[in-house]
Write a protein that binds this ligand. Structure first.
Ligand code: GTP
Length: 588
């Protein structure tokens, strides 16, 4: 296909506004798939994956559109991922396009993700085609929706806004024509050194890393020795091709094209979204700017519950193969034995990993309270330490400076929710950085510690906004923070799995609550056992776990001598059930 007849685009919309329906209709109108297949929701691709052994989730589908003049165009419809944890990946897949269809449900109007997606498209300098969908619906308010779109962007006038029904097919031809007329054809020299942007990367146990790439410069040939620039990984590709929507093998992909590469690389972390592919010989001088390595936001301990360490080890190794964002290393705890310290994108991600260990491997794991990384400077040492485990947090009298990582949190929500959202963000130590309004929508930016956002912030935001708010986050610098270390001792023995690092303002009430809860959750013994919470050498909260049987208690108080003996005695034989850690998570 000549470059001027290629269009690369994506559909962006708020959830349920009709993105999949429109995608199906485009594929059907261009005869990429038959009507029957369309009704079977081909975009649900498990079957395709099974049939072809290639991981093709969120694949880019190539369609051929023949217009009224009989001219043929190659329409590459690029799918974008949907979850907030993967915001960076959404913007990467958008930068593989030259334009987007911004779809708005006429029964709902402009909503939070409409605005958030619009912003991402603007940031990527894309042509935007505004489309009002579901005009067949009796509840449709086309006029109001049109006014909201105009409010969002003054260029979205009635003349440029399309009115369609993705369901009945009404107006689909106008969409196909607008793609041809308004979205620019790709530019880029097919004879230049190869430069392709990786906008999707999946790991397949048989094929290794399978990526999707947009070729911006040069020509990718199936014979080429390739180089992925971020980590300087070299390989001979096993296969290149495109999806129509089945995988079709080709011998070359030229500037302007979009396609897949089966790299054969067996390390799932070797190539990630945002990377640049070039050739080993005569390659591109510079990669695309703005590459971000996927880094965990929070860390937590993972320990076998009942089962064997070796089973957990195997399961974790397997799991990490198809989840490049999940990282781990072995860790040992006095209280919990051998286990792992896992790195996750957020609490939600941690929950998914836990559920998968259960569902796919039948393993119950105990997870400790998650924390972010801390950056601390200690006396007589210039270089700061990066700490991922609260146990390694230095004693207070050695500390010079303590910092924690921040994010910029961009929240989009309806106007009337401003107060609720500000209250929530301020409780989480959010500092207001920016506030804009777009029509009925607010765009609020906060600078906030990762540790605050990682705990369920998204769920709370959903709840105070009745599901209307959206959240996207970007990493920001480390910032100074008044963090303190809290140690818990049960029966005079420090429990390493119960060491926490948190903000000074929260530690008092946290200590009170955890000592009270532990009193009820820790299995009882023959003697009464004190639970003590210590901060900076001072016990700030205490409770007593009652003895197993009243009769066994030797007249109440433990003697000084007994205390002494226990302190010197064996390490704690204290059992910590998952309920203890669940309760702690619950306390936030
Ligand atoms: P997610 O994949 O969940 O983000 O949703 P989506 O944006 O892909 O929406 P989807 O295409 O699944 O459509 C959501 C619902 O709206 C479905 O029940 C569709 O049948 C319906 N729908 C989509 N387009 C139209 C339309 O033009 N008119 C009417 N009446 N219903 C539509």
């Amino acid at each position: 296909q000549r470059q001027e007849n290629i269009r690369n685009f994506a559909i962006i919309a708020h959830i349920d506004h009709g993105k999949s329906t429109l995608a199906d209709r485009i594929m059907e109108t261009t005869n990429t798939i038959s009507n029957r297949e369309a009704s079977a929701q081909l975009l649900d691709d498990m079957e395709v994956e099974k049939a072809h052994g290639v991981t093709v989730k969120s694949r880019t589908v190539r369609n051929y559109y023949v217009d009224a003049n009989g001219d043929e165009f190659e329409y590459n419809l690029i799918d974008t991922p949907g979850h907030v944890d993967f915001n960076y990946e959404v913007s990467r897949s958008l930068s593989a396009t030259d334009g987007v269809l911004l779809l708005v449900d006429a029964t709902k109007g402009v909503q939070a993700q409409t605005v958030a997606n619009y912003r991402l498209a603007m940031d990527a300098n894309l042509t935007i085609i505004p489309i009002i969908n579901k005009i067949d619906n009796l509840m449709a308010d086309v006029e109001k929706t049109a006014a909201e779109l105009l409010d969002l962007d003054e260029r979205f006038t009635p003349e440029v806004t399309l009115h369609i029904s993705a369901k009945t097919g009404l107006g689909i031809e106008s969409v196909l024509e607008a793609i041809r007329d308004r979205i620019p054809a790709p530019v880029g020299d097919p004879n230049a050194p190869l430069k392709g942007l990786i906008f999707d990367s999946k790991f397949d146990p048989y094929q290794g890393v399978v990526v999707q790439a947009r070729i911006f410069e040069g020509t990718l040939s199936s014979q080429d020795q390739l180089r992925f620039m971020a980590k300087d990984v070299q390989t001979q590709s096993k296969e290149i091709g495109f999806f129509d929507p089945m995988s079709r093998k080709t011998t070359s992909l030229a500037a302007g094209d979009v396609g897949y590469i089966i790299t054969g690389i067996k390390d799932p972390r070797a190539v990630q979204v945002g990377d640049t592919v070039t050739t080993k010989k005569n390659g591109a001088a510079e990669p695309f700017p703005g590459y971000q390595q996927i880094e965990p936001m929070v860390y937590a301990g993972l320990y076998p519950k009942g089962g064997e360490y070796s089973d957990l080890k195997l399961a974790i190794e397997k799991l990490s193969l198809n989840d490049a964002a999940f990282q781990y290393e072995p860790e040992q705890s006095e209280a919990l034995g051998m286990g792992f310290r896992g790195g996750f994108l957020g609490i939600f991600h941690l929950q998914i990993i836990r559920e998968r260990l259960k569902a796919e491997f039948g393993l119950d794991v105990l997870t400790t309270m998650p924390n972010s990384t801390f950056r601390v400077t200690v006396k007589n040492q210039d270089a700061p330490l990066y700490i991922e485990n609260p146990n390694q947090f230095p004693r207070y009298n050695e500390l010079v400076k303590v910092e924690e990582p921040y994010v910029r949190a961009k929240i989009t929500a309806p106007n009337e929710q401003l107060n609720d959202i500000m209250r929530l963000a301020e409780c989480r130590r959010g500092e207001l950085a920016d506030l804009e309004t777009i029509g009925d929508m607010l765009l609020i930016t906060y600078r906030m510690p990762i540790s605050e956002i990682a705990y369920d912030f998204f769920n709370e935001l959903k709840s105070v906004s009745h599901g209307f708010a959206t959240l996207s986050t970007e990493r920001d610098d480390f910032g100074p923070s008044d963090l303190v270390r809290l140690d818990i001792a049960i029966d005079y023995v420090d429990i390493d799995a119960l060491t926490f690092v948190m903000h000074r303002l929260r530690v008092e009430s946290f200590a009170q609550e955890i000592t009270q809860r532990l009193k009820d959750l820790v299995p009882r013994k023959l003697q009464a056992m004190p639970v003590q919470a210590t901060v900076e050498g001072r016990v700030i909260a205490r409770s007593d776990i009652p003895p197993l049987r009243k009769a066994a208690a030797s007249g109440g108080k433990t003697s000084k001598k007994q205390q002494q003996m226990r302190r010197q005695g064996q390490k704690a034989q204290i059992e910590l059930p998952q309920t203890v850690f669940d309760a702690i998570l619950d306390m936030n």
